[in-house]
Design a protein around this ligand. Structure first.
Ligand SMILES: [Zn+2]
Length: 152
């Protein structure tokens, strides 16, 4: 069982970049960040070529979706909704992580938290009703505007 979850910092500055476009990967952690054993939503050990799959633009996460506009208020409200659903499902660590991100009022932090939820969260529990497409859409809407670098 995965144990969550502090949103690793700093996000997205210093986060692992997509090898294709150079955007910080949603849910990525800072290079060199050492999560506690059993802790942390993400592992820093994935091969570089595997990282692209987590890019909402270049990977499958954004397939069939088009990036749209979202306000910070909408992003925060969505994170609260996800936190409530996790709490309802008994996943209080995830709920706290999402609430913390929402408390920050920082849409980028919210995006990383949602991406961590999508990547490793307890979304398979029937008690937690978070629609996959809505979650991916929110992640895409926020992160598509992140700056690219490198080969992008
Ligand atoms: Zn990319």
């Amino acid at each position: 069982m995965l144990i969550s979850q502090q949103a690793p910092v700093p996000w997205p500055a210093g986060a692992e970049p997509c090898p294709a476009c150079g955007r910080p990967l949603t849910g990525a952690i800072k290079p060199g960040y050492k999560p506690k054993p059993m802790g942390g939503p993400l592992k820093p050990t994935e091969a570089i070529e595997d990282l692209q799959k987590w890019c909402v633009v270049d990977g499958p996460l954004g397939e069939g979706l088009t990036a749209g506009d979202v306000t910070t208020e909408e992003a925060v409200a969505f994170a609260r909704h996800c936190a409530d659903e996790c709490a309802n499902g008994g996943e209080h660590r995830w709920a706290r992580m999402l609430d913390k991100a929402a408390d920050s009022g920082d849409r980028d932090h919210v995006c990383h938290a949602l991406a961590a939820l999508h990547r490793r969260g307890p979304l398979h529990y029937d008690a937690i009703r978070i629609e996959d497409q809505a979650l991916r859409q929110m992640i895409l809407d926020i992160s598509a505007a992140w700056p690219t670098s490198g080969n992008g």
